[in-house]
Design a protein around this ligand. Structure first.
Ligand code: HEC
Length: 111
């Protein structure tokens, strides 16, 4: 069969379309905000507040001097293994989901 330019163009278009669709439907884009992450709302907001401002009888704010001083590794350890009344998420979230949360918490503290 001889090389068909039309078919090859169509293939390119289909591929970019597919790529665009998977990008849009990804659940937790690392560039997104913590407060827009469904994983945060499902697992963390009940204690740390919808906007991560903290709750009096739940958890401390996730935007604080303490959190901004903590390293990404510290935060990952706290979320993975828990600390005090903070539950551990090792078996509830994937390492990727925890990484995304860590990045988003860090990003929130940079503002
Ligand atoms: C049952 C309530 C509860 C839930 C749910 C919860 N946390 Fe916490 N979290 C806490 C408490 C309480 C602390 C303080 C722990 C301590 O130092 O004793 C804490 C501490 C933290 C810290 C350290 C902040 C600091 O100032 O030391 C981070 C980061 C954190 N939580 C993130 C998360 C994330 C992300 C989730 C969701 C995956 C989550 N937490 C879910 C209660 C909760």
């Amino acid at each position: 069969m001889r090389f068909d330019l039309k078919t090859s163009r169509l293939t390119t278009v289909m591929c970019s379309l597919l790529f665009a669709l998977t990008t849009v439907s990804a659940q937790t884009p690392p560039s997104g905000a913590l407060t827009a992450n469904p994983v945060f709302h499902k697992n963390c907001a009940k204690c740390h507040g919808k906007t991560a401002e903290g709750r009096h009888f739940g958890g401390p704010p996730l935007v604080s001097d303490k959190v901004s001083a903590a390293s990404a590794d510290d935060l990952r350890t706290i979320i993975t293994n828990g600390q005090g009344r903070m539950p551990k998420y090792a078996s509830k979230l994937t390492p990727e989901e925890i990484d995304t949360l860590v990045e988003q918490i860090k990003a929130l503290n940079k503002k």
